[in-house]
Design a protein around this ligand. Sequence first.
Ligand code: SF4
Length: 178
Amino acid sequence: MTKVFLHTCCAPCLLKCQESLEAEGITPVLFWYNPNIHPWTEYKFRRECLIRYADEESLEVRLKDEYGLRGFISDIYPNFKSGRCKYCYKMRLEETAKRAVEEGYKYFSTTLLISPYQNHGLIKTIGEEIAKKSCIEFLYRDFRLYFREGQHLARSKGFYMQKYCGCIFSEEERYLKN
Ligand code: SF4
């Protein structure tokens, strides 16, 4: 059976990625590593929702439980806008690839590939660059066409639904727009 070590940003994004991978005969092993999610209560709600779902579905899940507000801000300073997302994708995918190699997986990927709000091309490029350096394959899939259906399904399951991407800056951008 093929397994993929799947960086998982949240349970709502996971649903359709999981379904699509399983339809191909690929089993995802979930990896929670999201120090970009702030503030603490938001981090906790998203993490708990994922753990509960993984438990119900008997999915394997690994946690690198690191709430990273201070580190994230100091790492991107002073570029709070430009370059922020590139750093954020790279940080999470590098850690995912590292852990996947340590645990002997051949493939890694990310649920970030489902969101039409993310920079999809950049995620793909970063994933492939990391793969080359780490001797592991980046399993690229364009899951975006399942996004709406996945969100609808997540709501129907009563999942915690986030209102912004994750970092404290994305929260500000989301609510200042209103
Ligand atoms: S907007 Fe989203 S992807 Fe970009 S830095 Fe913030 S959490 Fe990361």
